[in-house]
Design a protein around this ligand. Structure first.
Ligand code: UDP
Ligand code: MG
Length: 320
């Protein structure tokens, strides 16, 4: 089964045409399907439109959030409520094209576990959108080791088995291919079409860049140091101690050998303080991130991912 996951936030004019297009495409493929639409606390008539769509066809399933929790939370809820062995999230603003779904499926069938959409010809304002996103994509590719041109593109296809148990927070839905890669999945990308928004407004401004960068630091931290955070915190601590001995020693040397007053040069102190405070703030942020994760996941985390099983009775079993 194919599950299409669509977050909706104030998209009243887009829902009906989107679902019509989707139905045309999905009925032309042989796979059984469901479309899960998540109303992320819309304040317009989106919910009404969604109920209309659900009434035409029971394959359209609606989840309604009590308030706005964000696109990542909506995608997460959709995945958790879905049944498909293949999962395709996409936007509800009609910027992604349902016609790309069969192409993504074809690519998946070539033997990949994740196929990521690439909006090669992106129809967004170039200066504030496309340029920062280019830089971000380079940076993310470099840091994560998974080279993709367009992390921000929502339309992607996943085999359920490689994202099983992945928990998403903040802006992290864009990093699912990275998690999947770390879990041993084969990841590729495919050019997809992109359309300009006709109705409604974009929900994001430039502050998303900051969130994405911070999430990237978290992802990197979790990959490298989650099991042994002391390697990170400890190394930093030792380095700070070394610096403090060196500078303290030098200050004493100046005082007793060169007869220079300790307080004659306050500027270096101020810059060192600012530097330390900056680093400490980031590290504290990481500690807090760990606490959040412990709180949410202490019940169900797994350190490994199974590729196939044989002679079990559960539905993912691959026995002939
Ligand atoms: N969205 C959501 N919750 C939010 C913000 C956005 O569910 O808090 C949905 C929105 O309805 C759309 C998708 O996420 O389907 C992408 O949002 P948008 O088009 O505003 O982002 P952009 O294309 O400008 O990057
Ligand atoms: Mg959009």
């Amino acid at each position: 089964m194919l599950s299409v996951i669509i977050p909706v936030y104030n998209e009243e004019k887009n829902i009906v045409p989107l679902c019509q297009d989707l139905l045309t495409v999905l009925e032309s493929i042989t796979l059984p399907f469901e479309v899960i639409l998540i109303d992320d606390g819309s304040m317009d008539h989106s919910q009404k439109r969604l109920q209309e769509v659900a009434a035409w066809n029971p394959s359209f399933k609606i989840i309604r959030f009590r308030r706005n929790f964000g696109q990542t939370a909506a995608i997460m809820a959709g995945i958790e409520h879905s049944q498909g062995s293949i999962i395709i999230p996409m936007d509800s603003d009609r910027q992604n094209d349902p016609k790309d779904i069969p192409r993504l499926l074809e690519k998946l069938n070539e033997g990949y576990d994740v196929v990521s959409g690439w909006r090669k010809e992106r129809k967004d304002n170039s200066l504030v959108r496309t340029l920062p996103s280019r830089i971000a994509n380079r940076l993310i590719s470099k840091i994560s080791g998974v080279v993709l041109h367009d992390y921000g593109c929502t339309i992607k296809a996943y085999r359920r088995s490689v994202i099983h148990g992945v928990k998403l927070y903040g802006e992290m839905h864009r990093f699912i291919p990275i998690y999947a890669h770390w879990m041993g999945a084969s990841v590729t990308e495919l050019e997809v079409s992109h359309h300009a928004r006709e109705f409604g407004l974009s929900k994001y401004g430039l502050n998303r860049i900051v969130k994405v960068i911070l999430d990237l630091i978290v992802v990197r931290f979790l990959d490298r140091y989650f099991v042994k955070p002391i390697y990170l915190f400890g190394s930093f601590g030792l380095l700070a101690l070394l610096l403090s001995f060196l500078s303290g020693g030098y200050a004493l040397y100046l005082k007793f050998i060169e007869n220079t007053s300790l307080i004659s040069t306050p500027l270096p102190l101020a810059s060192v303080m600012a530097f330390m405070i900056g680093i400490m703030a980031i590290l504290l942020g990481l500690v807090a991130e760990m606490l959040v994760r412990t709180y949410f996941e202490s019940q169900g985390r797994s350190a490994y991912l199974v590729q196939t099983t044989t002679n079990f009775s559960h539905p993912d079993d691959t026995s002939p």
